[in-house]
Design a protein around this ligand. Structure first.
Ligand SMILES: [Zn+2]
Length: 561
């Protein structure tokens, strides 16, 4: 077990406990934060430094079959950006889709200690768990794609809501995943069977089903809340990337009717159209979207900011990839996973002189700057879709440093800036306290991770210590110290140890009789036997079950087993 440690003289930013730059000791024992340690415990002098909980990424793409396909699609990245081994750490490759080892080390080197892979087909759970097992240092989990699932659609269509809920719980348990994810609900049926068609309206009939996206979204929001999952349903709305889509986004949020729901990469869903012109250049509707989120405490979102440079679009939204591939004309992949989901992947470069790219960049910043509750509008670039997680320090600087933001705004397509509201937001600069909320405390709370994102007694001793610097990009690029589970992983900016993080997953209770409903569907339609489908415990090494509210009440333990 890791040794005892006392961090002294640092300015502590721990928003969950109301600490806003207070100079106080932080004590660590056996991988957890404790109230005190004996005087002989090792001391770290954090004078002139900022102490924060480790970063928590609520939405990124770092493991599984689509991520691996994206790596294979870009061998040039492997040559361009080798990740060399050190005495303590292993080698890998970088680029916008780093290899498993490089992903863990690079996140840790930015002070991140947890990240959630946001889109995995249930059939791909094994592959994903194997890659997550190979992703060092950070804790991690994954969301499963259920929003186009044929069996769940059938149950819903027949009004079998209780069985729908049990089936969803079974699927989460069977895959050892963390949360249900909806992507462009209803689209796969049209895409697969309808000559590359997509669904565009929430009240449109979904192919052969007597269902609409509205019914599907509402059912999943209800089931996730009824199951008391630590994180509510994670929604990639319909019409991602399309001009005028903000109305779909607003309407999707209204479907929640006060129930908890998380809207992901909301920047990609905040586009208006020029009055009287359809299909033209988009405009910013960040103000309308931010206003809705600000006034609806049941809704949370991550921004999905766009950063200029190379990215990789990888999505379960197959029709979107089909649309994007017309712009670049380069390599792309389209794939389908039986009755569960679709997928599209293509390398993409965001360029500051291009109208649409500059507008997307501006909308991301606007959403942050218009947000009145940083706990519910949290940090993401939808890595690697809007940009690599390696661009997080620069994005932090854009939020914290008005002058830098002005300089960057002068470089981009000015017509796009005119059609955004970014110039009107220049009064605001994020404080360190707010940065600590959007990158750590907020995501941890939204994920229901009660022992992460804060430095209170009992929390995981995942701690990042940055040297204070006026250049916030530099400051957040190179933490001086990173502790994971109380172990000093990075010291004086360099790796001093390797570490195996945990897989975080849920195991919601369900009626075992539901298997009699699920099994016949597998026998009739799947390529895999029902008995072989659930992921067994041998795929879990270092792991932690995060309880549902009912399980928490039964054990009286908020932190899980
Ligand atoms: Zn995503």
């Amino acid at each position: 077990m890791a040794a005892m440690l006392r961090i002294v003289n640092g300015r502590v930013y721990d928003p969950a406990n109301g600490m806003d730059g207070v100079v106080r000791d932080v004590c660590v024992e056996d991988g957890r934060i404790v109230a005190d340690v004996p005087p002989e415990a090792r001391k770290i002098d954090a004078g002139g430094m900022v102490v924060m909980p480790g970063g928590v990424d609520i939405h990124c793409h770092i493991a599984g079959s689509k991520v691996n396909l994206a790596r294979k699609l870009q061998p040039e990245d492997h040559r361009r950006d080798p990740h060399l081994r050190t005495r303590f750490t292993r080698s890998g490759t970088g680029g916008t889709v780093p290899s498993t080892f490089a992903t863990g080390y690079r996140y840790a080197a930015l002070g991140y200690t947890a990240a959630m892979e946001a889109a995995v087909t249930p059939l791909g759970a094994r592959h994903t768990l194997e890659e997550l097992q190979d992703t060092p240092v950070i804790d991690k989990g994954f969301f499963i794609l259920v929003g186009n699932n044929v069996l769940l659609y059938r149950l819903l269509q027949e009004g079998r809501h209780e069985e729908f809920r049990h089936t969803l719980a079974w699927w989460l348990s069977a895959t050892k995943s963390y949360a249900p994810k909806l992507v462009n609900p209803g689209s796969d049926e049209l895409w697969k069977g309808g000559r590359n068609a997509n669904i565009t309206r929430l009240d449109e009939k979904i192919g052969p089903f007597d269902l609409t996206p509205r019914k599907v979204i509402s059912a999943f929001i209800g089931a996730a809340n009824d199951l008391g999952l630590p994180h509510p349903v994670h929604i990639h709305c319909n019409n991602l990337g399309h001009t005028g889509n903000y109305e779909t986004t607003l309407e999707t949020m209204r479907i929640a009717e006060g129930r908890r729901a998380h809207i992901t990469h909301i920047q990609f869903h905040s586009y208006g159209s020029v009055a009287g012109k359809s299909g033209d250049n988009p405009t910013s509707k960040a103000r309308e979207i931010a206003e809705f989120v600000n006034t609806h405490p049941n809704i949370s979102a991550d921004v999905g900011a766009v950063m200029f440079g190379r990215s990789t679009s990888m999505t379960a939204d197959a029709p979107l990839a089909y649309m994007l591939r017309r712009f670049g004309g380069g390599k792309w992949v389209n794939a389908d996973t039986e009755h569960e989901s679709g997928c599209g992947i293509l390398p993409f470069t965001y360029q500051d002189h291009i109208y649409t790219n500059a507008l997307q960049w501006a909308i991301g910043l606007e959403l942050f700057l218009l947000s009145e509750d940083p706990w519910r509008m949290v940090f993401s670039t939808d890595h690697p879709n809007g940009g690599s997680f390696m661009s997080y320090p620069k994005l932090i600087r854009l939020l914290m440093d008005r002058e830098f933001r002005k300089e960057e705004m002068a470089k981009v397509n000015q017509a796009a800036l005119e059609n955004s509201g970014l110039r009107d937001c220049q009064g605001r600069e994020y404080s360190l306290y707010e940065i600590a909320i959007i990158t750590r405390a907020g995501p941890a709370r939204l994920l229901g991770l009660t022992s992460k994102g804060h430095l209170g007694v009992g929390a995981d001793a995942d701690i990042t210590i940055y040297e204070e610097n006026a250049d916030k990009e530099l400051m957040f690029s190179t933490p001086r110290y990173v502790l994971k589970d109380g172990e000093l992983i990075i010291e004086d900016h360099e790796f001093r140890a390797d570490h195996e993080g945990r897989v975080l997953h849920v195991a919601p209770d369900y009626d075992p009789a539901i298997e009699q409903v699920i099994q016949p569907f597998f026998e009739a339609f799947y390529t895999i036997q029902f008995a072989n489908y659930p992921v067994d415990a041998s795929y879990l090494h270092h792991h932690q079950v995060i309880p549902t509210t009912a399980q928490m009440a039964a054990t009286g333990s908020p932190a899980g087993s």
